[in-house]
Design a binder for this molecule. Sequence first.
Ligand code: SAM
Length: 366
Amino acid sequence: MTLVDELGSAVPAAWRPALAAVRREWFIPDRMWVDLGDGHVAVDRAAEPDRWLRAVRSDRAIITQWDDGATVWPDTGAHATCSASQPSVVAGMLDALDVHEGHRVLEIGTGTGYNSALLAHRLGADGVVSVEVDPVLADQARKRLVAAGHPVRVVTGDGADGWPDAAPFDRVIVTANVMLGQFPDVWIEQTRPGGAVLAPLGTTLTSGPLVRFEVGEDRTAVGRPVPCYVDFMELRAQRRPIAPWPSDDGDGDSGTTRVRPWELFHLDPLWTIALRLPGCHWRHQPPVGDRGRHVLWLLDPQSGSWATASYGRHAGAGPWPVRQHGPRRLWDEAEAAYRWWDDQGRPPVDSWRFTITPDAQAVELG
Ligand SMILES: C[S@@+](CC[C@H](N)C(=O)[O-])C[C@H]1O[C@@H](n2cnc3c(N)ncnc32)[C@H](O)[C@@H]1O
């Protein structure tokens, strides 16, 4: 089965020829990692050729690098630092980019080179420039693109600088997560008025929407989420190392909540909470053993504050126990943000609007 067969109706008509012609297997290293539903497994093409090809032609992300290359196959590292993104996401992003013949596109995050090749199939190799921060990955992608007949210019450098030498572009596509409030406005500067920048946004708490910014004559970019759920690795300089998670050794203040704790962590309310709790992280600890409980944690590494809310395997009717520690009352803050979201009529994540000017980056309910 080919990848196009596998994706079926998820392939936008305009991208079907490119996805059929450009084989994903040309861009995937012989040794890679794939999550087959139960954690990442290391697959070697030489040892398991059928399994390798099935994984590459499936709608799954393929991890090609851990920990900037410090973790070597077959070990699995702490942070996936390069992947060939899930093909349905690749297709959805290309569709949302809305390119037309003659367009020139800047891609940030070359990775394997697969997405660059798809763009080049449609626009010609001269129509695409791609920037990759990791020199090893950039070099491999460059070679694969040449071998595939799509010799896109791959620049080794920090994509946060864009690529002024070939600006302005009609489109910029960012295939790494951009931290809200730290959007490199050179991408707007390097896009012609009337053009667009497509980027996945996130905060420390959670990844957020994929946003399509339209660039105005006055260099203001107005962004609206597109309906394509994405979860990318961060731009390298925006990675936030988090402090080790604390343990609740009894020094938190006890209380209760009547809001079902797990409801705060669904996509739509979580994004609102993410906007209200900058710098924070969350984690779910599943029950261990017969009598364990689910524990939801919030952590602010800067102030050392943490909060937990817990519930049993059969969640029951509440109230549910809450513990909070440190100068910030994180559960109270998160619950207040949740109640605000509820009062606003439970807006979905794609109701938010983003505005970027040379002086400010704003987000508001649209
Ligand atoms: C999800 S992968 C990109 C997938 C890629 N488009 C493909 O088709 O394989 C993210 C890539 O962004 C790169 N990256 C991270 N930060 C970057 C930065 N500041 N500038 C350029 N590339 C960056 C990573 O090294 C990684 O290769």
